[in-house]
Design a protein around this ligand. Structure first.
Ligand SMILES: Nc1ncnc2c1ncn2[C@@H]1O[C@H](COP(=O)(O)OP(=O)(O)O)[C@@H](O)[C@H]1O
Ligand SMILES: Nc1ccn([C@@H]2O[C@H](COP(=O)(O)OP(=O)(O)O)[C@@H](O)[C@H]2O)c(=O)n1
Length: 226
């Protein structure tokens, strides 16, 4: 049986980097669900699909050729034959993605896709990160985590990553995206049974270590009960 680790949190909390590193330590696969929403936004912009009128976005779903690498050392995102791994991090995508992520048909389509990727995992486990993994995509996951950090810390971390964009612009983008995304799914409060890891005062290695320790202790305990 594949061990499923579900991890949610707001923008800049460390979901992607921490999940990828934890997956590497555990020998698990890694699934970045936000990349799928970003890749769909990229494709809409590329093809001039109106992201405000849901009908056009919904109509484009069956021909959305999305591919993602789930090896933590082979992370790549493709739309058709195009490698969009870097492009989907651009500010124009961050500014568009919430509008398409609020369309219920888009969410259902991508949730089904994520579930099929999870069930096709060949590794002993998979770390899946996003906004609604603990609540919608994999509510029965073996380990469910909400990764948080104080807003100013998240802004500072994200700002350090983006060169050429001012700290003020990054902060504004991040908090406006969180506000829009929060109207659709609750990733600021831990659902029942979800463990909160607050990384405000933890460095990167300590945050990864606490995720790995939680996975190991939870899976060891459940093995004793079977
Ligand atoms: N606990 C931590 N301490 C310091 N920096 C961190 C920590 N967790 C993540 N980071 C850094 O913060 C930045 C944002 O992390 P990222 O994984 O992109 O967040 P998210 O996927 O939640 O948006 C990255 O540069 C990452 O290396
Ligand atoms: N499970 C998910 C993951 C992402 N998303 C959407 O996709 C966007 C990009 O997600 P992301 O995880 O790449 O964003 P960051 O937290 O890395 O900035 C979010 O702002 C949400 O609009 C979602 O709705 N549900």
């Amino acid at each position: 049986m594949t061990v499923v680790v579900a991890l949610d949190g707001p923008a800049g909390s460390g979901k992607s980097s921490v999940s990828k590193a934890a997956a590497r330590v555990l020998g698990f696969a890694y699934l970045d669900t936000g990349a799928a929403y970003r890749a769909l936004a990229w494709r809409c912009l590329e093809e001039g699909i109106d992201t405000h009128g849901p009908a056009d976005v919904i109509e484009s779903l069956p021909s959305f050729e999305f591919e993602i690498g789930t090896d933590p050392d082979g992370y790549v995102v493709r739309v058709g034959s195009e490698d969009v791994t870097a492009d989907i991090r651009e500010p124009r995508i961050s500014a568009t993605v919430s509008a398409i992520a609020r369309i219920p048909e888009v969410r259902q389509y991508l949730v089904d896709l994520f579930r099929s990727i999870i069930s096709g995992t060949e590794r002993p486990g998979i770390v899946v990160e996003g906004r609604d993994i603990t609540t919608v995509v994999a509510p029965d996951a073996d380990v469910r985590i909400l990764l948080t950090a104080a807003e100013e810390v998240r802004m500072a971390r994200r700002s350090a990553e983006l060169s050429g964009v001012s700290a003020e612009t990054t902060a504004r983008e991040l908090s406006s995206r969180d506000a829009k995304d929060s109207q659709v799914v609750d990733f600021m409060n831990a659902a029942d049974g979800v463990t909160t890891i607050d990384s405000t005062d933890l460095d990167f290695e300590a945050t990864v270590a606490s995720v790995v320790a939680l996975v190991r202790s939870t899976t060891a305990t459940s093995a004793q009960h079977t």
